[in-house]
Ligand binder design. Sequence first.
Ligand SMILES: *Cc1c(COP(=O)(O)O)cnc(C)c1O
Length: 549
Amino acid sequence: MSEQPIGDRLARRDLRQLPRTDLAGAPVPGTIRLDANENPYEPLAGGRDINRYPEPQPDTLRRRMAGLYGVFPQRLWVTRGSDDAIDLLCRAFLRPGEDRILVVEPTFSAYAQFARIQGAKVDSVRMDGDFAFDAGAVLRAAKDGPAPKLLFLCTPNNPTGTPIAVETVRDIAAALPDTLVVADEAYGEFADAPSLAPDAGNVDNLVVLRTLSKAYGLAGARIGCAIADANVIDWLARVSPPYPLPGPSIAAALGALAPERMPIHRARIADLLAERARLAALLRGVDEVEALYEGGNFLFLTVADPEGLAQRLEAAAVKVRFRPNAAPGGVRVTIGTEAENRALLAVFGITDAAPRRRRASVTRDTAETRIAVAVDLDDPEPKRQISTGIGFFDHMLDQVASHGGFSLTLACTGDTHIDPHHSIEDVALALGAALDKALGDRAGIGRFGFALPMDETRAEVLVDLSGRPYAKFDGSFTTEHLGEFPTEMTPHVFRSLADSMRAAIHVSVEGENDHHKVEGAFKAFGRALRQGLATGASGKGIPSTKGSL
Ligand SMILES: *Cc1c(COP(=O)(O)O)cnc(C)c1O
């Protein structure tokens, strides 16, 4: 009996006859598709191929997500949000009126909801007053009666933020061989703990849920996944509808997970965590806040007078989630943008004195290059992560950001196998556009200049962040290439920057060594930019609240 794979052993017996899903991939290009009763004509809206059914299981996305979570593709099933994965688990494993699940309250309500829709019983263990996770209590409840088919463990937990140690989840799975232990890692990207995803490929009764809704900003696309034993995946596939994932959602997910997007995701997660810590510290000082917990991309707090708070929030048009079942006066607050968080703090009577940070991100995709760039002109600890595919150009942009005193996250996937030209030009345009966007209303910004010597070279750059593009370059080179960087692209880069930043940039370089001349120009540009970006007298560019740009 126990020789059977776990999915076959635990799946609903009445589904045994259900056929396996046919995972036919995308048809070979050029195939004449008269098989699916689709409309043959060009779509009138919604993009190419929307007249066609999507793949039953999108192979490229499945591989990409498997790579992201460090598992084999066969162990991962892409679902319509992780909500759908919860539903599929309930449908495949829960017999109405017979089976039960176990949840640890307070937690995400969808586990109980889908189980009840399936007609199964929902048993729960309650966390203690401080929302600590008690593995002993969970095991006792699991062993009190028939083995629950599914045990849902949300880590970090929604809404309390409570993490469960990975060893604890492993121990629980080992102690409950007849239960599928489902670790919902919807907020895993925001947690310090490692993911259990790799374990789910080895431990047959462990299932891990992930989603692109939270950390990757794709809630509207509805893409998540279950990671599990191959036989469990087989059962999820059997109870899946035939074409569950809309084509545009698959495309959005592939776009968002493209390599050049990843550094920005990481930077944004770090920003949200820093903002979470800042809000937590401020709100802990508020009298009406009784307790406060941090986790995921949210805070969970309890307040003395939830009705009063609800009225003030409504008056300020700020929406949060009240969670009275989780705790009396319980409120879950998502971390928003700086401006949104400021509005929230105001409801709690806190005037947020932190200066506005001038940040922007820009994506630029063409047939030749795909670029994502983010700048933060007021980062107290500027960071740089630059990857254009052209080493020398990375080095130059690093000089610009470091001498400019701003944070720069920039990645480009380009056709450098043909020529670096497209990547260099498009990166300059995208960076300029990001700086332009971050500068916002730049009224009052003036003209700045910087000259620097580098050994025998003298480089001078004048910048006027005027809103009017103009580029002037004085200087010439004799070397054709610096690394893979064509030297002749130097004036071109400043012209592209001037155009997209809407600035006048005058560069003049003289000297003998071309490396010094190019590097000197980029450095001096960074220095001139630093002066231009600074809005206070401090030099580092903390914007004053009055004379802001
Ligand atoms: C948001 C959330 C989900 C659902 O994510 P989708 O992929 O958008 O369906 C799942 N689990 C928890 C704990 C969540 O908070």
